[in-house]
Write a protein that binds this ligand. Sequence first.
Ligand code: SAM
Length: 246
Amino acid sequence: MFQEGDWILIRYGEKRYLRKLQPKASINVKKDVLKFSEVIGKPSGVRIGNFEVYKPTLEEIIVLGFERQTQIIYPKDSFYIAFKLGLDKSKRVLEFGTGSGALCAVLSQLAGEVYTYEAVERFYKTATKNFKKFGLGDNVRFHREDFMEAQVEEGFFDAGFVDVREPVPYIGKLHLTLKDGAPVGFLLPTTNQVIDLLKALEGRFGGVEVLEILTRHYKTVPERFRPEDTMVGHTAYLLFCRKLKS
Ligand code: SAM
């Protein structure tokens, strides 16, 4: 049952709102009003007038609730990334840079431990604030540090993910800190970054794949079921590979 202080996801038609459940608060959409006092004590999935109220999912928390000081990795990419890295609760995963913590939140759900590195103080603060606000990530070790300067044992990580503008200079250190055969991924917005990275990986990483994920949403009116008029054309390329033994 919903209690004061819980995060709630409110749906009104196709619109979605993430709010904290404060008894004196309310939301107005068009001519409808939802008083939050009416939600307290009700279960997730309750309908009140034209509103539906749910316990938010991680996707809703990231998309609607995370403060963003950097470009973030959206769930369409991050959920796939977490799956491709072969994570489970026995795995220790490396991530840099943390940015706003959007990918980190997804990695932490699947992995045993996440070690995440962020070089810039204000982004580190944004990510840690986002996690605190939503009570996420007891298994995340945030490092306010440039990954290049981090003291990490050889072969420490079971998997890794890199989301920085210039990944090529980090390939040597990344190779050293991963276990043999470990999966690793990169997010790259432009084709020239992909080409540079492909060259840098040669001989040290195998099983290279490059892909992008396109999603097409549909209007959910049964009588007029058809795709939405607009779609996101490009977010980034994803490159996955595996560490080859030296
Ligand atoms: N994946 C993140 C998310 O989903 O919120 C966004 C990452 S953002 C695009 C890239 C971040 O990498 C920036 O915050 C930047 O400061 C950080 N960064 C760049 N080089 C770094 C390095 N050598 N070590 C640690 N962080 C670094």
